[in-house]
Ligand binder design. Structure first.
Ligand code: PMP
Length: 394
């Protein structure tokens, strides 16, 4: 098996599984219990909180454990609207995670103005666009650090400066970036940051919202846990597994990123050799995550490519795993101005720490046999993603 779907999820590390097992077996008391048994469980969580905070340059007290990044994003969004005197308007980039965007857009039914910040041809929000959008008051600005489909990095530090100058809380979904590239919450100037354990070899159902110290943020679920910021008995094993994964992700981060970037470049160079100008790498002109390559191959549908790869034991996704299987083309690529016919053919190859040079060579071999087959559908129009999208705020 060659697994090239690391942006969908990652294999939990053996240390994560072992520690979670030990935690379930031994640290099963309630961490809110005052007795020694409860307090010993709390100690496991204290260590995990420090490890998660260290991964993203935050203080332990800023970390609120959640059921994952979906909940963290919701906490940021709904929390913003529940702050006293908050305007009923939020700004999200048009390329946020599909689930997050969908739930934000549902708020329109409740009279909230949800403005989508348009992106350029690489999928980035320009500071100028944010500056313009903030002429009217807003309760929150949300822009992800790195896109899950294309890997394109947003200029979040520049955007944070603008949001701060307008006094609007700035939220960054760093789910895909954390563990792949250094993230420094303090230096970033963000107020809120979402994380998910299963994207960095931790367990599913475990994540965090990092809330800047001193910023009071309404909770979604009332209760005393997590300093009254997230009620409910904690998923202790999930939190502990997240801590182990975060600690592991932090070690050798830059070497791993350099190695993955090299493999990804090798993959794209090999694809260019096979397919020539039939290859389109989405967002290639921008800084991207080192592990992600989102491609369209003229004349080949995503289904055909993925079936061909899977027959050879290679697993990848069309666009985002969460929306693959749907018939709609990726909202990310559409926002970038990619024609729907090309967006329909997009395949995401996402590498991980286990990906080897041999696997990339084998994957290229599979693509070479595909390139030799006659094209089934008309090639898409020539590459268009050098022009910025005009897109008004919507
Ligand atoms: N945001 C981004 C950018 C993601 O890639 C994902 C996972 N696909 C999520 C949020 C949701 O994370 P979780 O699975 O932890 O809810």
């Amino acid at each position: 098996m060659i697994y090239l779907d690391h942006n969908a999820t990652t294999r939990p590390l053996p240390e994560v599984i072992a520690t979670m097992g030990a935690c379930q077996a031994n640290a099963w008391a309630n961490p809110s219990s005052r007795h020694a048994l409860g307090q010993s469980v709390r100690a496991w969580m204290v260590a995990a909180r420090a490890d998660v905070a260290a991964l993203v340059g935050a203080q332990p007290v800023e970390v609120v454990f959640t059921s994952g990044a979906t909940e963290a994003n919701h906490h940021a969004l709904h929390g913003a609207l529940h702050r006293s005197g908050a305007p009923r308007r939020v700004l999200l980039s048009a390329v946020e995670h599909a689930g997050y965007l969908a739930s934000a857009l549902r708020l329109r039914e409740e009279g909230v103005e949800v403005s989508l910040l348009p992106v350029d041809a690489c999928g980035r929000v320009s500071p100028r666009v944010l500056q313009e959008a903030l002429r009217d008051k807003a309760a929150l600005v949300s822009v992800m650090a790195a896109n899950n489909e294309t890997g394109v990095l947003q200029p979040v530090a520049d955007l944070a400066v603008i949001a701060r100058a307008h006094g609007v809380p700035f939220h960054v979904d760093a789910t895909q970036c954390a563990g792949k590239l250094p993230v420094d919450f303090a230096a970033l100037g963000a107020d809120l940051l979402s994380l998910s354990a299963h994207k960095l070899h931790g367990p599913k159902g475990s994540g965090a919202l990092v809330i800047r110290k001193g910023l009071s943020w309404p909770s979604l679920i009332a209760g005393r846990q997590e300093r009254a910021r997230r009620g409910g008995t904690e998923n202790v094993a999930g939190i502990v597994g997240f801590g182990v994964a975060a600690q592991h992700a932090r070690t050798a981060l830059s070497e791993r990123a350099a190695r993955l970037g090299g493999l990804r470049d090798q993959l794209e160079a090999g694809l260019a050799t096979c397919f020539g100008d039939r290859l389109l790498v989405h967002g290639h002109a921008a800084a991207r995550l080192p592990n992600t390559s989102c491609i369209s191959l003229a004349g080949l549908s995503a289904e055909k490519v993925l079936r061909h790869l899977e027959r050879r034991g290679i697993f990848a996704s069309s666009g985002a795993a969460c929306s693959s299987g749907g018939t709609e083309p990726s909202h990310v690529l559409i926002a970038m101005g990619v024609p729907a016919s090309v967006a329909h053919g997009a395949v995401r190859l996402s590498l991980g720490s286990e990906t080897s040079e041999e696997e990339i060579a084998e994957t290229l071999g599979a693509f070479a046999s595909l390139a030799a087959e006659p094209a089934a559908v008309a090639p898409p129009p020539p590459q268009t993603n050098t022009q910025p999208t005009s897109g008004a705020l919507a």
